[in-house]
Design a binder for this molecule. Structure first.
Ligand SMILES: NC(=O)c1ccc[n+]([C@@H]2O[C@H](COP(=O)([O-])OP(=O)(O)OC[C@H]3O[C@@H](n4cnc5c(N)ncnc54)[C@H](O)[C@@H]3O)[C@@H](O)[C@H]2O)c1
Length: 380
């Protein structure tokens, strides 16, 4: 159980050599990730005048199990006292030292847009010993702007502000395309830790640490749990037939997963249909469609056309369709009558078109012209 205490505790700052001598690399990354949680809880307890804390209390406040707390703290050489728990002050110092928080750290923030502004104005960094000493942006209109105590510098001064401010940590808030270049310059100027907010994977030499923050990933993880709580109606998530594997997917730069599974692709040999009939063929011919051939190599005839997607798009526009033939289903046309790409080798982008009138629709050779077909249906 915790006991009330009179005097609030403060984190004692140690010298650089003191910190270095206590620093070790034998702490698992997962433990390192939890130490800031314990630190936050302990700071609150100390400020409330609490003198000791049990592993149960610390675990509950940090949202982990008591066993994990005991294991994590054992990596720090801190085992507590049976029946008493841990001394809050001692544990605070111990964790702060392990995290290297016993000295202030200078930070440069590159990219002072929406996100950069918000971060630069956040007082919580300073309270935890992180001083944003420089703000840098490539936009001349942002240069000279004051955000809090700091004036935005031109990106050309990046190396200079790093050296002058003895900066070792850089925060990247630029668009993804600019992030690697910014990262390279930060590293070349002496920055050895980078907090990257840009949605890209950065390459850095040995000895440079990169942490990536992506709130969208956090939301996607929450979405996963939401989906488990409330299963949605079944959706077609089957892999596309014939889809090739994508080497490096999810590990390369800007790897962004698709928002939803695409419908299964058709087999390459599938014959696709178009609003056919002699009048459609005539309309295509009148519109100047070159290179129309029949699907079976004979003279082109209504309902058996083979051409290139771009040409279909161009012609459908010329004959008055307000959207490409493949994009909408004209009235009287079966759902499967829409033309789609054909995967035949050596003919990327080709489409095979075959008209198959739906029962009740106009017979072959008496169909209205393409423009009329579209106008009667879903033209937008
Ligand atoms: N990690 C997250 O959770 C998260 C959340 C929001 C945004 N982001 C990312 O943060 C980045 C910034 O987002 P934003 O909304 O602030 O964009 P923004 O366009 O408002 O700001 C980007 C800033 O970077 C500057 N910039 C561009 N190239 C530069 C360069 N080479 N050197 C210095 N400055 C340069 C621009 O002038 C601009 O001021 C984007 O990559 C975005 O995807 C990440």
């Amino acid at each position: 159980m915790s006991q009330p205490r009179r005097r609030p505790a403060v984190i004692r700052r140690r010298t650089r050599s003191d910190t270095a001598s206590r620093r070790s690399s034998d702490v698992p990354e997962a433990t390192v990730a939890r130490l800031p949680l314990y630190l936050r809880v302990l700071t609150t307890l100390a400020e409330s005048g609490v003198y000791t804390v049990s592993s149960d209390t610390l675990a509950a406040a940090a949202g982990v199990t008591p066993a994990k707390v005991r294991k994590d703290l054992s990596h720090l050489g801190s085992y507590g006292t049976r029946g008493v728990g841990y001394e809050v002050d001692v544990l605070l110092d111990c964790i702060a030292a392990k995290l290297g928080l016993t000295e202030d750290r200078a930070v440069v923030l590159v990219g002072v847009g929406n996100l950069g502004h918000a971060l630069a104005g956040y007082g919580g960094f300073y309270a935890r010993g992180f001083r944003i000493v420089a703000l840098v942006d490539a936009d001349p209109e942002r240069v000279g702007e004051r955000v809090g105590e700091v004036v935005v510098s031109p990106v050309g001064d990046l190396e200079q502000v790093i050296v002058q401010g003895q900066v070792t940590i850089g925060m990247i808030c630029t668009p993804a395309a600019a992030a690697q270049g910014v990262c390279d310059r930060l590293v070349a100027a002496g920055v050895t830790s980078i907090l990257n907010f840009a949605p890209t994977v950065l390459s850095v030499p040995d000895g440079v640490d990169v942490r990536k923050v992506d709130l969208a990933v956090e939301l996607q993880i929450l979405s996963f749990h939401e989906a488990r709580k409330r299963p949605s109606p079944a959706r077609d998530t089957s892999p596309r037939r014939g889809a090739r594997s994508t080497p490096g997917a999810g590990s390369g730069r800007d790897a962004v997963p698709p928002r939803r599974a695409r419908p299964a692709r058709r087999a390459p040999s599938a014959r696709e249909a178009l609003p056919g009939g002699d009048e459609v063929l005539a309309a295509l011919g009148a519109a100047g469609l070159d290179g129309v051939t029949s699907a079976d190599g004979t003279e082109p005839s209504a309902g058996r056309l083979e051409t290139d997607t771009d040409e279909v798009v161009r012609v459908t526009r010329q004959v008055g369709m307000t959207r490409p033939a493949g994009a909408a289903r004209p009235a009287g046309m079966a759902r499967d009558d829409r033309p789609t790409r054909d995967d035949r080798e050596g003919e990327p982008g080709a489409v095979r078109l075959e008209h198959t009138p739906e029962p009740g629709s106009p017979a072959r050779g008496t169909l209205p012209a393409a423009g009329a077909l579209m106008a009667g249906g879903e033209a937008s």
